[in-house]
Design a protein around this ligand. Structure first.
Ligand code: ADP
Ligand code: MG
Length: 922
């Protein structure tokens, strides 16, 4: 019989694996918005979103409601890594009956305790009496928390049953009580006040209590986790193995669907004591457990807790002994009637027996203290049962812990999780092998995780001070971060204003008398038609001014467009030599390409994508305004680029060249998309730089003769604001970035939006945040001082990591010699989001001006139009296009705008301009 009893208390490893799986399932259920109401493991959000980093300092008051006491604590932190907090505490016994009386009386008592404690410590409290005193409230009951300082009691437990509290915000109840006590309104209250009326109430002035701010409420589990955290060693799980049983851990905030927070992490209070209340544990529950449950005030509930909580272990042993007695396996000499009495065998005694296992003398002593006369064999059997029950509890704790470990490892997408676990409670302290079992069994069940157990003594009090301190640190940091980022956050009104200004500059750029001074140049392109799909033939295209120089053959047929191309290098000596040499080189490349394509003899129309600012005077006539991008070939500025090309062809005796059109890359983009979608009448580029073009009514183009039809206008909108009209939206960071470019004061709109600058803006913000010690703990980061070291593509990676791939953020930062904490990563992402969001919104404001003008031009209530887009930033950034489209929708609700990605706009587009020109000419 004894063997059978022991076996029933031993859970095989496979069964533990299954249980771990169930626990993980229940955890997910508890976090999901759809299923949390049915979950047994409640997974309550705590709104504790950070662990201490050691910089916390100041005085913090803690009041903790315990089983039969109220503990008050004053903790002074010195910002020294929390190595040597100074603590003063006082414990007050809760008067008889208060825990079952009126809720108001209980909270008044708690406020009285705080008041008394303040009076006692006032002299030693070095802070000035005006200073606010933040208070953390440890309230070890299940609460539905909606903020750090807002928590509704779900249900009482541990013998409490005060009226009028369930469903109420307990922080508010404490605040009211503090106000009442502080205001001196206590004397008239009920008779329970008597026992502590003798306190030095005369010293308790209203002033002192009114300094108290209730900042945070937390469960004791959370307090334990926080105490174990010190600088450089965050503790992210806490297991409380006490009378009750509970566990909390830092979950990815976006997985906590029941809370509003979505970035970073949040501590979740698992309330795992109720695990198994749906029957999942029925096959491991023994008849002894069944008896314990039936005798409890809440049968059927908290099944897991009743297997592991120290409130129950003595009872489980007692029922096992009763059963074994009945089976005559133990105490055969004398009938142990005493064992029928509930609670005669305490967990404390069970642990004493276990901790003296060398002999049976302790078992004998305990049994004798119960009035039994055990034989030697009885003693060793009692000892065996005790061991089985307590080992099982430790094993179950380990299984729960393993579930948490694996869950964290999976949701953080790690191959290996290394984590610290705070452990506290009677069982942990009272049973020498507890830690060893917890460690080894969790390791067996979750081999992918390395957990370091950190014992915590008196965690909840000091931890509560930490939570309070961290909350205040974060609130203060939040203020500064908001201050830094506020200028980057544009309101709807700001964007509407940018839109109006863009519209104004567009009109000025188009006007015959105003265009010379407009910041948006609105250059005519002499492209008057978009493709209609009937274009056919073979065309040559040149692409100069992008990342590479290319020559292309574009074949437009009924079936679609096919292309062949070749990339050619333009040596620096040629880029910066004479114009003649440059264009000679270009012709040589064309000839080489034609040779390779076996088409030396063909005379093909050629479209030339020339991505430098030009004053176009005809489709095939464009005066170079200035070189950019490292080109400086002499004798070109002010000249017609097409003419230069034709002259070179003549010099090289290449007589088969028919240059039809010179095209800007925005126009190429519009045209290449226009071939697939006839509604495409706008071209947009968001790459290294930004620019746009669109089809304008000829009658509005004051700079070109003629009233009929439309012409594509190359806006050159990157220069928007160069006349000062955007000065009010430029931030400190924008001004620094601008000043550090080769063209300060120029292309101001572009410098808010495009790939060449976003990384730089972020870099300068990071430098300021570091300076303010909000990042990298204020440690110096010399690499970050280097211009262009923070690439715009980093924004894409960083913003893509939705709380998961934070490893990638770390990797990026490590390249910059920065060792980022989790919170650094979260803040970094916020900075990137602010910068890229603003870029997308400004781009949308510009586009809104364009589409609204087109709609008005055409006298339409509703305009449907397509934008052809090119540029790596637009294409690869995870949020840019969404933000752009969403904002545009808001700013121009009467326009239905579709976005179409351009494939090789500068190659295909140039050929299509040539094709359309040929079609029109025919
Ligand atoms: P260009 O504008 O010179 O024709 P692209 O359209 O390819 O060239 O744009 C290049 C720019 O795109 C780079 O300057 C860089 O800032 C930016 N960029 C490159 N990769 C990414 C990325 N993954 N996410 C966002 N921006 C990127
Ligand atoms: Mg490009």
């Amino acid at each position: 019989q004894i063997q059978r009893a022991l076996r029933s208390l031993t859970i095989p490893l496979e069964r533990l694996h299954i249980m771990k799986g169930h626990m993980m399932q229940d955890m997910c259920k508890g976090l999901s918005r759809q299923t949390y109401t049915q979950a047994k493991v409640r997974m309550l959000p705590t709104y504790v979103c950070s662990t201490p980093n050691g910089t916390e300092k100041g005085n913090f008051l803690v009041v903790e409601l315990c089983q039969s006491q109220v503990r008050t604590l004053l903790v002074t932190l010195y910002g020294d890594g929390n190595l040597s907090p100074q603590m003063m505490y006082k414990i007050f016994d809760i008067p008889e009956g208060l825990t079952q009386g009126e809720g108001e009386a209980l909270f008044d008592f708690i406020a009285q305790c705080v008041s008394q404690f303040l009076a006692d410590t006032a002299s030693s409290d070095t802070s000035s009496s005006e200073e606010r005193l933040p208070l953390g409230f440890v309230f070890p009951f299940s609460c539905w928390q909606t903020q750090l300082d807002k928590a509704e009691l779900i249900s009482w437990s541990k013998g409490f049953s005060c009226s009028g509290v369930v469903g109420k915000d307990v922080v508010q109840l404490l605040k009211s009580a503090i106000n009442k006590v502080g205001g001196g309104g206590m004397e008239a209250s009920g008779g329970w006040l008597t026992p502590w009326r003798g306190w030095k109430s005369s010293q308790v002035t209203a002033g002192e209590l009114s300094r108290v701010d209730v900042v945070a409420l937390m469960n004791d589990t959370v307090g334990t986790m926080m105490t174990c955290s010190t600088e450089g060693r965050p503790c992210e799980i806490a297991v409380v193995a006490d009378k009750g049983s509970n566990c909390c851990f830092m979950a990815e905030a976006h997985l906590v669907e029941t809370a509003e927070e979505t970035s970073g992490r949040m501590c979740v209070n698992t309330e795992w004591g109720c695990f198994g209340d749906d029957g999942t544990l029925s096959d491991i529950v023994t008849p002894y457990d069944q008896c314990v449950d039936e005798e409890s005030p809440n049968p059927g509930e908290k099944r897991f807790e009743k297997l592991v909580g120290s409130l129950y272990l003595g009872e489980i042993v007692r029922h096992a002994l009763i059963a074994l007695t009945a089976e005559k396996a133990i105490f055969t000499e004398s009938y142990p009637a005493i064992l029928k009495e509930k609670g005669v065998l305490t967990t404390q005694q069970v642990l004493q027996i276990l901790n003296n296992e060398e002999g049976t003398s302790e078992a004998k002593r305990v049994m004798e203290s119960l009035g039994l006369q055990p034989s030697e064999r009885d003693c060793s059997r009692v000892q065996q049962i005790c061991r089985a029950v307590v080992c099982r509890a430790a094993t179950l704790y380990a299984t729960g812990l393993a579930a948490i470990l694996s869950y964290m490892c999976q949701t953080r997408e790690l191959e290996q999780l290394i984590v610290n676990v705070g452990v506290e409670g009677e069982l942990h302290q009272g049973y020498t092998r507890f830690e060893e079992i917890l460690q080894s069994v969790s390791k067996l069940l979750s081999p992918e995780c390395i957990a370091t157990l950190l014992p915590s003594r008196d965690g909840s009090g000091r931890g509560a001070a930490m939570v309070t301190a961290v909350a205040l640190r974060l609130a203060a940091q939040r203020c500064v971060v908001n201050e830094v980022l506020r200028p980057l956050r544009l309101s709807r009104a700001d964007l509407e204003q940018v839109q109006a200004l863009m519209r104004q500059e567009m009109e000025r750029g188009l006007g015959r008398n105003t265009h010379a001074t407009a910041s948006v140049r609105m250059l005519p392109t002499y492209v008057c038609n978009t493709p209609d799909g009937t274009e056919r033939g073979d065309f040559l295209a040149l692409d100069l001014g992008g990342t590479n120089f290319r020559v292309l053959l574009v074949r437009v047929t009924q079936e679609g467009i096919s292309m062949a191309s070749e990339i050619y290098v333009i040596p620096k000596s040629i880029m910066q030599g004479t114009g003649e040499a440059l264009f000679d080189h270009i012709i040589e490349c064309i000839m080489d390409f034609q040779q390779k394509q076996n088409m030396m003899m063909d005379i093909l129309p050629l479209g030339f994508t020339f991505s430098f600012p030009c004053q176009q005077v005809g489709l095939d006539k464009a005066l170079l305004l200035t070189w950019t991008k490292g080109f400086s070939a002499s004798g070109c500025v002010g000249q017609d680029v097409v003419h230069l090309l034709r002259e070179a062809a003549q010099r090289k005796q290449h007589l088969g060249l028919k240059v039809v059109a010179l095209v800007n890359d925005t126009v190429g983009t519009m045209m290449s998309c226009g071939y697939d979608d006839p509604k495409c009448e706008i071209g947009l580029i968001v790459g290294t730089g930004t620019n746009a073009c669109y089809m304008e009514e000829m009658r509005n183009v004051g700079t070109v003769e003629g009233q009929q039809g439309r012409m594509c206008i190359n806006m050159e909108w990157g220069a928007f604001g160069d006349n000062g009209c955007l000065d009010h939206i430029f931030t400190h960071f924008d001004r620094i970035v601008d000043a550090d470019t080769i063209n300060p004061g120029k292309q101001r709109f572009e410098k808010l939006i495009s790939g060449m600058y976003l990384g730089e803006i972020v870099r300068h913000i990071l430098l300021v945040l570091r300076e303010k010690e909000l990042l990298f703990q204020g440690k110096p980061c010399p690499k970050l001082e280097t211009k262009d070291i923070f690439k715009t593509k980093f924004l894409s990676t960083i913003e893509l990591s939705n709380g998961l791939a934070l490893r990638q953020i770390r990797a990026i930062l490590q390249e910059l010699d920065l060792d980022a904490s989790f919170e650094d990563s979260v803040l970094l992402r916020e900075v990137c989001q602010a910068v890229s969001l603003r870029a997308a919104q400004l781009c949308a404001a510009g586009l809104a001006a364009v589409v609204e003008k087109m709609r008005e031009n055409r006298g339409l209530d509703q305009l449907a139009v397509t934008v052809g887009v090119d540029g790596t930033l637009y294409k690869l950034h995870p949020c840019f296009s969404d933000n752009l489209q969403k904002t545009l929708q808001e700013l121009a609700p009467k326009c239905n705008v579709t976005f179409l990605l351009s494939e090789d706009g500068s190659g295909k587009g140039a050929a299509l301009v040539a094709a359309v020109a040929c079609r029109s000419a025919n």
